[in-house]
Ligand binder design. Sequence first.
Ligand SMILES: *Cc1c(COP(=O)(O)O)cnc(C)c1O
Length: 389
Amino acid sequence: MPMQPAQRLSRIPPYAFAELNAAKRELVAQGADLIDLGVGDPDQPTPANVVARLIQEANQTANHRYPDYEGAPEFRAAMTEYYGRRFGVSLDPNKECVALIGSKEGLSHLIWAMVDPGDVVLVPDPAYPVYSSQTLLAGGTPYPMPLLAANDFLPDLAAIPAGVAAKAKLMFINYPNNPTSAVASLEFMAAAVAFARRHNILLCHDAAYVEMTFDGYAAPSVLQVPGAKEVAVEAYSLSKPFNMTGWRVGAMVGNAMAINALKAIKNNTDSGQFTAVQMAGVAGLQGDANAFFAHMNHIYTARRDALIQGLRSVGLHPDSPKGTFYVWCPVPDGETSAGFATKLLRQAHVIAMPGSAFGAAGEGYVRFALTVDVDLTQKAVERIGQLKV
Ligand SMILES: *Cc1c(COP(=O)(O)O)cnc(C)c1O
C-alpha cells in the first residue's frame, strides 16, 4: 500500500484561501496588476513601541529558553488588566487566561479540548472556516447556524432543534463578524449565554475584531454578560487591531474549566509563544492602545466609505459596516458568489472572497477587505464599474 495521509484529512474541504491564492499566483506570474481585497491581513505597520519592545526583549538571554507554556505571567497580567480597563471584566490571570500562538491556534485547540467524536458544534454559517474544519478533524459534527440579512446576520437560537442542542458541546459566535461585518449587541450576547447555560454548552466568542469599529460604535465582550464566565470563553487576538498577524499572539480568557482543558491540549502540542513576542504584546496592551485603534479605525473608515460609495455607484448594494475591515456585498442578480468573484479576479483583476467560501449561507455575497489605501480602493471600484454587471 502506498503511503497515505490520515483519513481525517478527507473530511475537510480544501482551505478556501488556498484556492484563491493559486489563481492569484497564476495571474501574478502572467504579470497582472492585481488589487488584493481578498484575505483579511492588515497592510499597515505594527505600532513602533511594540516593535521596539521585541528588539529589546529579543536581546534578553532569559527569553531564549522555553517560554512558560501557559503564557508569560507579564503577558497574562497585561491581558487581564486590559480586560478590566476596556470591558470592566475581572479575570484571574492564572486560571482564566492562557496565551495563544495566535487565536487560530487557540480556537483550534479549544475544539480538541472540548469535542469528542460524535459531538455537535454549533457554528455560524458563513464563518471563519476553522470552526468547522477543526470540528471535522476532531471527529465532531458542525451544525450550521445561518447568518441571514433578515436577522441582521445573527444566528436564530430559537431555530436550533432541541435534539441538536442536546448533543452540542460547543458554540461559536464572532462579532464584529467575519465575513458579514455585522455587529451584535450585549443583549444578543446575553441570549447566547442563556442558551449555552440552558443546554450545558461552552460558548466561545471569537473577538478578533472587537477593537475594529467605526462611527463611535464600541463592540462588547461576551464576558460583560453577568455570569458569562460560567459558560463562556473569549478569544482575543492582537493580530488585526495591532497589525500583528505575522507575530502570532493572542489569548483565550474566561471559563476556568475550558481554559484548563485548553492548557492540557497545548501542553502536549506546543511549548508556547516566544516570550519576546509576548512581551512586545504587553507593550501594545499597556501602551496607548486606544489611540492606536482610533488611528487605524480612522484609516479603515475612509477606505470603507470610498468602497461603499464606489460599489453603490456601479449598481451594487452593500451595507456600510460598523465593524471589522470587511464589506459584505450582495452579488448582482443572476450571479453566484464564485462566478462573480471569478469575474472580479479574471476581468477586473480585483481579488475578493466568494461568500460561499465561508459556508452555504454565504452564497450570494462577496467579501471585500479594506486592506488597500483609498486611491487603490477607488481604482478597484473603477475597474469593477467597467464589468458588465
Ligand atoms: C483573522 C481571524 C482570526 C485569526 O486570528 P489570529 O489571532 O491571527 O490567529 C480568528 N478569527 C477570525 C474571525 C478572524 O477573522
